[in-house]
Ligand binder design. Structure first.
Ligand code: FAD
Ligand code: EPU
Length: 337
């Protein structure tokens, strides 16, 4: 295991923020991961596990050991008439894994095409898009406890998945490093085209046969039309979660703002944070290199040499104006570091 010192994290976060890590190492096997955690312990510094860096905001230099996860491998471990169970290394790129599954005709994650980042981070916030979350295809994961260095298996129930939530962001925060995920995918696809513009894009293309590849292509097309490509404009996807508010509050807002988008949930109505932010006049806002994306107000952007602290300050101003106008508190989806 090679440990480097004072490494810029700019290439390792999709916001493109230039902050340094005091120590930096890459691991691809369990014994390397254990060795890295021991190094951090001996040097009395925290360890920070990083995948694709697509859901973090670096607000300062990191006086830590950054452990870049490159556990690789995709292996079919069992199958029955309906399903395949596939073990995937936590450092595999999420979208490449989706494309691989589609190639094998394994269904279930096609709606999650083009989400940046790694397989190992996918259970952290139960990634979701276009009507599917990983909890729908998750079987179990293996994670290493940072202190005891013991391996523990978590099934779906133990992960306590919710909307952009899991046990690893809450009661078990900073305790485990996920190094392997097993997915249960389907041999008989159940197509999910009801969400957003998927059906409209499919109709437009006029394809006779519905396939998981066609759904993936449609999702990719929609995402590319809305979300900035981090290789061109720094960003971390949706900066805030979509808030759920009580139905009475929603109805009250609807009487004043008839176009407010709302999606009924068991506990209330989920409101589109992008709409709330746009109504406050932030869409396309720019302050030097940082700002709010011109096509999607839920995405904060860095056009070049932006500073993470400034982006954090901008996010607070947005939260305040949304609260002042609508009485709704936005909560970040992005992890501040
Ligand atoms: P990182 O940013 O590296 O890490 C995120 C957090 O997880 C950090 O706290 C890190 O310490 C922790 N972590 C990372 N790996 C591990 C591990 N192996 N074990 C334990 N902890 C770990 N998300 C969605 O849900 N849906 C979307 O549609 C979506 N679209 C996006 C679009 C764009 C353009 C971008 C930039 C982001 C988008 N995201 C979306 C957010 C992001 O892609 C996901 O959250 C993704 O799962 C992050 O993966 P990562 O490997 O980059 O995680
Ligand atoms: N909207 C606006 N103005 C905007 C942006 C959105 O009015 O600037 C409105 C849209 O018109 C639409 C509604 O808000 O009526 C929802 O917008 P969109 O379909 O773009 O989805 P989103 O709610 O902004 C969520 C996820 C995305 C995910 C998509 C597709 C969250 C926080 N975000 O975005 O996930 O890809 O749906 O399922 O749940 C991410 O988590 O990083 C992410 C990109």
């Amino acid at each position: 295991m090679k440990i480097q010192e004072n490494i810029s994290l700019k290439p390792y976060n999709t916001f493109g923020i230039d902050k340094n890590a005091r120590f930096f190492t890459i691991v691809s096997q369990l014994d390397e991961l254990k060795e890295a955690l021991l190094f951090a312990k001996q040097n009395n510094i925290p360890a920070l596990i990083l995948g694709g860096g697509s859901n973090i905001l670096l607000t300062q230099d990191q006086d830590v050991l950054v452990i870049k996860n490159e556990f690789k491998g995709i292996e079919l471990i069992k199958e029955d008439e309906e399903n395949v169970y596939v073990k995937v290394g936590a450092g595999e790129n999420w979208h490449e894994w989706v494309l691989y599954a589609i190639q094998q005709n394994w269904a279930g994650i096609e709606n999650l095409s083009l989400i940046p980042g790694t397989v190992g981070a996918s259970p952290m916030q139960n990634i979701g898009a276009y009507g599917v979350e990983i909890k729908d295809v998750f079987y179990e994961l293996k994670a290493l406890h940072r202190e005891t260095l013991e391996v523990q298996i978590f099934d779906a129930e133990a992960c306590q998945f919710g909307y952009r939530e899991s046990v690893f962001k809450n009661t078990l925060k900073d305790q485990y490093i996920i190094f392997e995920v097993i997915f249960r995918l389907s041999k008989k696809p159940k197509f999910n085209t009801s969400y957003g513009a998927i059906q409209a894009v499919l109709d437009d293309k006029g394809n006779a046969d519905l396939t998981i590849k066609a759904i993936s292509d449609a999702v990719i097309q929609i995402r590319q039309s809305k979300l900035p490509d981090p290789a061109v404009i720094g960003n971390s996807g949706s900066f805030f979660k979509n808030p759920t508010i009580p139905i009475q509050q929603f109805e009250q807002l609807q009487s004043v703002y008839p176009t407010i988008p709302g999606y009924p949930q068991a506990e209330g109505v989920k409101v589109a944070a992008g709409w709330l932010i746009e109504q406050c006049g932030w869409k396309g806002y720019q302050d030097g290199p940082i700002g709010v994306h011109q096509h999607q107000a839920l995405v904060l952007v860095n056009h070049g040499s932006g500073d993470g602290k400034k982006i954090a300050e901008l996010s607070q101003k947005i939260q305040k104006s949304v609260f002042d106008k609508f009485g709704i508190q936005l909560h970040p989806e992005v992890n501040f570091l």
